[in-house]
Design a protein around this ligand. Structure first.
Ligand code: IMP
Ligand code: MG
Length: 175
């Protein structure tokens, strides 16, 4: 039985589509990093459900770390993000893939990339499950995108509205 949705809006990305998108991304990433040891960094909390599916579909050795940030909207509009929980492990010399649930303006990922670059990883790329079709920070172009969606507010598959709806197994547009 599908979970109750509290009368939210239309389903934008259903479960079967999510499964197919994750499988395609995992195959692409596994090929690109075939001879590497990949270090995944999940951006909490929105990436958690996607990352859990992605790691299990990857066929290469990976390690996983997480970072938690205070959304810039709550702090400043300048793209300065406060780190609430930093990485547990250094990333120097590692092949790093930042995993995010959704990229909208790109400010969050742009800040994180600038921050991570100063820690001298061997390589640094970004994988986002969703990317909104809208204007982005100039230096922000995700390397791997699960699916492009219109510039509307969505919830589910880890994404929240006021911490709710993360558990929906699909992506819904919030009415
Ligand atoms: P950006 O910095 O504008 O790219 O926004 C990225 C962050 O905003 C994500 O990590 C989410 O936490 C949040 N966000 C942006 N759009 C949505 C949405 O449609 N639903 C839920 N969260 C969103
Ligand atoms: Mg949120």
């Amino acid at each position: 039985m599908p979970p109750p949705t509290d009368g939210l809006g239309e389903v934008l990305v259903d479960q079967a589509t999510i499964r197919a998108d994750v499988a395609r991304l995992a195959a692409e990433i596994s090929t690109d990093y075939a001879d590497k040891q990949l270090h995944l960094i999940g951006v909490l909390t929105g990436s958690a459900v996607f990352l859990a599916d992605l790691v299990r579909a990857l066929t290469i050795p990976v390690t996983v770390d997480f970072i938690s940030i205070v959304p810039y909207g709550q702090v400043t509009a300048s793209g300065v993000v406060r780190i609430r929980k930093d990485l547990d492990e250094p990333i120097e010399g590692k092949d790093v893939l930042v995993v995010e649930g959704i990229c909208a303006s790109g400010l969050t990922l742009s800040y994180l990339l600038r921050n991570f670059k100063t820690r001298n990883p061997a390589s640094l790329r970004v994988c986002t499950f969703l990317a909104k079709q809208r204007e982005r920070e100039a230096d922000m172009r995700p390397d791997y995108v699960g699916r492009e969606i219109p510039d509307v507010f969505v919830v589910g598959y880890g994404l929240d509205w006021e911490e709710r709806y993360r558990n929906l197994p699909h992506i819904e547009r919030l009415k």
